[in-house]
Design a protein around this ligand. Structure first.
Ligand SMILES: [Zn+2]
Length: 592
């Protein structure tokens, strides 16, 4: 697919970067920029910044950056052309049809699967509302009509072919319905309905598409839950149930993660509107990243049975690795969130949220649980584990509180625990020092990085930014310093593009410039350049910045000429050598 320059500009212009990024994560306005937690690296405090003026994003943490297309490439894992096609579609821009045949087929197939799922969701929804037994069942589980509608719950009839008949009548294709996971083939090569006599929970992605279903029986028959298999449009480990409802909440403080659909729905019914379900117990890093886009604090509220406990620990470590602030909500033995909130109500559940344990508390709690206080060896082992957890805490008051508490309980003196803690810390710092040595050796290779702080580079950066959004100023600057006056190659390249834009009489925006850069590395560097603000004070300093570039150029020129002069001198050409010497003297006069 060929994208003309005009088309690319139109696509980039019509997709406001703040709008697009907001569809993937929570952004807060801070001054001129919008900031949030970087979706591309693990962090607890936001260093990801989006500028509406410049139509660029930049992360101070991992230095990922670029325009709206770069963002889409990164977050949707797309190639550059794919991202343009994706954005064109979002903005309703027609782009010819010379898409590769294969891509087109794939996209068509996915569209078709989405359509089948949508039809199925409507069908199940209608079924539910005419089936008294199913409605009674949901009411008996405490759900209101409003909640049933909000989650689009449905019912699959007690029949082998009721959905199949719909597929045939609508011409949706049995084979397609089977690849959507809704029909299954029997031994006689005949299709039948996968979901029968079940309450249906549509699984909806962040764009509002129905991508899969979960089905639950209303009695004790097995299996209790039946879910769509993974399909071309659904992968269990990549989605989170009801995040589509939670993501729009303004100033979301935290998200509560439960295991089952019913738990999440029940919590919503009772007013806990930030609950999501992890679709099975195997929590994945994709899901962690997805959650982190919308809230930094994640509270896990899994069942208190052993399976739930070990799932909690796994989930915690994955979330922690992704840089989330994780907490654990502890339910009374044998209860799940659905049962608890139905029996006890909203306020007691809110208390559980308030009392949810930090990761540290939860870890200690778990060690503590398995300790037999009568066994001295076990008490000692616990203290070692405690020391290991405490060495990660910065606050001395917090450490002191834990030590006091467990000194009493384990009947081991506070001094002994402190001693244990100090030893653990020493072991850890030794380990870290080794890392530092490695780091500093790799720094030697970053000479370019050290030069980065030079005044010359700052002057070049400032001048480039002054050209943005101001054509006459850009003309003024580039009349006085040609692109090859810039000594850093990326600056030179950007200046060339600005020059081109001036000649074409086009708007000079950072997003536009980035379009012209060939590779990702360049785009990343450019995004970093554009990430500085131009103040009025900078504008006053414009002449001196230009002068800096001139000076650097003169310096370079003198170096070149000196080399030449020496060469002529050595071959005995005194005249040429003297000529060059005069040139050098003239330049020296211009030097400050
Ligand atoms: Zn980052």
């Amino acid at each position: 697919m060929f994208f003309s320059e005009e088309l690319i500009s139109e696509i980039i212009e019509k997709n406001d970067i703040v709008d697009i990024v907001s569809q993937y994560m929570n952004l807060k306005k801070r001054g001129k920029n919008h900031i949030g937690l970087c979706p591309f690296h693990s962090e607890k405090t936001p260093s990801f910044s989006v500028s509406q003026d410049k139509q660029l994003f930049y992360c101070f943490g991992c230095s990922e950056g670029g325009n709206v297309s770069t963002f889409i490439q990164k977050i949707e894992k797309m190639t550059y052309p794919e991202s343009l096609r994706f954005l064109a579609e979002k903005a309703g821009i027609e782009i010819g049809d010379d898409v590769s045949k294969e891509d087109l087929e794939k996209a068509k197939k996915k569209q078709n699967l989405l359509r089948i799922n949508k039809e199925a969701a409507k069908f199940f929804y209608k079924n539910l509302h005419v089936n008294t037994e199913a409605m009674e069942y949901l009411y008996s589980r405490g759900l209101s009509l409003e909640t049933i509608k909000k989650f689009g719950l449905g019912f699959s009839q007690n029949s082998w072919d009721s959905f199949k008949r719909l597929v045939i009548a609508r011409g949706l294709g049995e084979e397609s319905a089977s690849s959507a996971g809704l029909l299954v083939k029997n031994n006689n090569e005949r299709y039948y309905d996968r979901f029968r006599n079940r309450i249906m929970f549509p699984i909806i992605d962040l764009k509002g598409n129905v991508i899969a279903f979960g089905g639950r029986v209303m009695d004790d028959s097995k299996p209790k839950y039946l879910n769509s298999p993974d399909t071309p449009i659904y992968n269990k480990g990549f989605n989170i149930y009801s995040l589509n409802l939670v993501k729009g909440i303004q100033n979301l403080k935290n998200i509560i993660v439960v295991e089952g659909y019913m738990d999440a729905i029940s919590l919503h019914q009772y007013g806990i509107s930030n609950a999501v379900a992890s679709l099975g117990t195997a929590f994945t890093e994709h899901q962690a990243r997805l959650l982190k886009r919308y809230a930094n604090e994640i509270i896990i509220a899994y069942d208190s049975d052993t399976a739930g406990q070990s799932a909690t620990l796994k989930g915690l470590s994955i979330l922690e690795k992704e840089g989330c602030n994780v907490k654990v909500l502890r339910l009374p033995r044998g209860k799940d969130p659905d049962e608890f909130i139905r029996r006890e109500g909203l306020e007691p559940f809110k208390k559980l949220i308030e009392n949810s344990m930090s990761l540290i508390e939860y870890k200690i709690f778990n060690f503590r649980k398995s300790i037999n206080l009568d066994d001295i060896q076990q008490r000692v082992k616990f203290i070692k584990q405690l020391a290991n957890v405490l060495q990660g805490i910065d606050s001395p008051a917090e450490i002191d509180a834990y030590i006091k508490k467990y000194s009493k309980e384990m009947q081991i003196s506070e001094e002994a625990i402190y001693e244990e803690l100090n030893r653990t810390k020493k072991r850890h710092t030794n380990g870290n020092n080794r890392h530092n040595i490695l780091d500093s050796s790799s720094d030697i290779n970053k000479v370019e990085g050290k030069r980065a702080i030079s005044g010359e580079q700052i002057a070049e950066k400032k001048l480039i930014n002054m050209c943005i959004q101001d054509k006459s100023r850009a003309e003024n600057i580039l009349n006085r310093v040609a692109p090859d006056y810039f000594s850093f190659s990326i600056h030179q390249r950007v200046a060339e593009i600005i020059n081109l834009k001036i000649k074409e009489g086009k708007l000079i925006s950072a997003g536009e410039i980035i379009i012209h850069l060939e590779n990702e590395e360049e785009r990343k560097k450019a995004a970093e350049i554009f990430n500085i603000e131009i103040t009025n004070h900078d504008l006053e300093l414009m002449d001196s910045y230009i002068d800096k570039l001139w000076q650097a150029r003169i310096h370079k020129k003198i170096e070149e000429l000196t080399k030449k002069m020496n060469e002529y001198y050595e071959i005995g050409d005194r005249d040429r050598s003297n000529e060059i010497f005069k040139e050098i003297m003239d330049l020296q006069k211009k030097k400050k």
